[in-house]
Design a protein around this ligand. Structure first.
Ligand code: GDD
Ligand code: MN
Length: 380
């Protein structure tokens, strides 16, 4: 091969290889799908002909004979497996565990009940394998897609949920709730620690937990009617979903670092009061001196804890501890001025005393956070 050719292939970011030789793992979550698993496997075998794939069922202790039926199918095939979980339910967590149990570079998810058009899967797979997408989604809302024979109410609900989801999605995806998609396994692994794993919106979970938007491509398909058995998605699932969105929204508005900074500040208030009390009681110092010492101690305490926890990734060491402490004192001093200033301003405008006080404290703390992020613990 010409050297240039090697270079050219390297520049395309493709998923790696499976030591076992599979190109694709198809993850099938099941709960009471006994009548559906054999037809599904047959359909997948036809659709995926020519590909090296394994089929991995993740069953949550179905009592209708589902695992037994899968075991029959797997009897003479190494490429069919079932993972059984006891005392647990959850579509998302089942899918995640299935994805972790394979070394195939691309993983796909499909419902067991025949509602997803498996004939689309080779194209979903190809998009991800070729590096054209991180995730390829079988979508019910793309121009040509359809929701099949869904009831009007369910279509409306589903559309409302999708619109809500756009609040927290960094890149627009027409059907972020789809349970039918293919994704690079390395992307999933990178996101594992951030996944909520709650509920059944696994794709949504993946999309919203990625710091950089995943490159998504959507292909339309017609959502078919269930072959047998019944849907498992009830009202609990809706509640779950709302909690997930709220979670992500709060995370967006209140970054974890800010929450931590606030928590440390509250502890600092405790330190302040303890020192104040101690100084007043022990040495019989006047209030002004005691208050001054308490402020100095509390700020030093905040600095130490924030340096250890809140900004542990930017931790200051050695002589930088001293310059850092100095800038932190300056920042907090200005924050206190802002605190008093805003409070006084509001109070003068006839706002209640406690509204003025709280507003001043909030502005001061926010200033402390922003300024110390930019100065004391600035990125190097
Ligand atoms: N292991 C496991 N554990 N599997 C489950 C569980 C569970 O707790 N709950 C459901 N499943 C399996 C079902 O057996 C089925 O194979 C698949 O997950 C989807 O469940 P359904 O009950 O058929 O869901 P649906 O058809 O109402 O919902 C579909 O559309 C949603 C979008 O509206 C699914 O594709 C969802 O993923 C999708 O979000
Ligand atoms: Mn279904």
């Amino acid at each position: 091969m010409a050297p240039g050719a090697v270079l050219a292939t390297r520049t395309v970011d493709r998923p790696g290889l499976d030591p076992l030789g599979y190109d694709l793992a198809v993850i099938v979550p099941t709960f009471n799908e006994a009548a559906n698993v054999a037809p599904l496997v047959m359909a997948l075998d036809v659709a995926l002909m020519g590909l090296r794939y394994e089929i991995l069922f993740v069953d949550d202790w179905s009592r209708d004979g589902t695992p037994e039926r899968i075991a029959e199918l797997a009897a003479d095939r190494a490429d069919i497996r079932v993972i059984r979980r006891f005392d647990r339910r959850g579509l998302s967590s089942a899918v995640i565990e299935g994805m972790m149990a394979t070394m195939a570079p691309v993983v796909a998810v499909i419902d067991a009940d025949g509602q997803h058009d498996e004939r689309l899967m080779p194209r979903l797979f190809a998009l991800v394998r070729d590096g054209s997408a991180d995730v390829a989604i079988g979508s019910r809302y793309c121009s040509a897609g359809s929701t099949g024979e869904w009831s009007r109410a369910r279509v409306a609900c589903s559309r409302a949920a999708t619109r809500l989801s756009q609040l927290v999605l960094s890149a627009p995806v027409a059907d972020p709730m789809s349970g039918f998609f293919a994704i690079r396994r390395d992307r999933v692994e990178a996101l594992l620690p951030r996944l909520s794993g709650r509920g059944f919106k696994i794709l949504f979970d993946l999309l919203t937990s990625s710091p950089e938007p995943l490159r998504a491509v959507e292909l339309p398909f017609e959502f078919r009617a269930r072959t047998a058995g019944e849907s498992k998605l009830g009202t609990g699932v809706v509640l779950d979903y709302i909690v997930t969105i709220a979670d992500r929204l709060i995370e967006r508005v209140l970054p974890p670092r800010l929450v931590m900074f606030g928590g440390v500040g509250a502890l600092g208030l405790g330190v302040h009061l303890a020192v104040l009390r101690g100084m007043l009681g022990l040495s019989g110092a006047g209030f002004d001196e005691a208050q001054t010492v308490a402020v100095i101690a509390a700020i030093a305490f905040n600095f130490a804890i924030n340096n250890m926890i809140t900004f542990r990734d930017r931790r200051l060491k050695g002589w930088r501890l001293l310059t850092g402490l100095a800038t932190f004192y300056t920042v907090c001093g200005l924050g206190a001025l802002a605190n008093v200033g805003i409070g006084a301003l509001l109070f003068a405008e006839h706002h209640r005393w406690w509204v003025s006080g709280v507003a001043g404290a909030l502005v001061g703390s926010l200033w402390n956070f922003l300024a110390s992020t930019l100065v004391t613990w600035r990125k190097r």
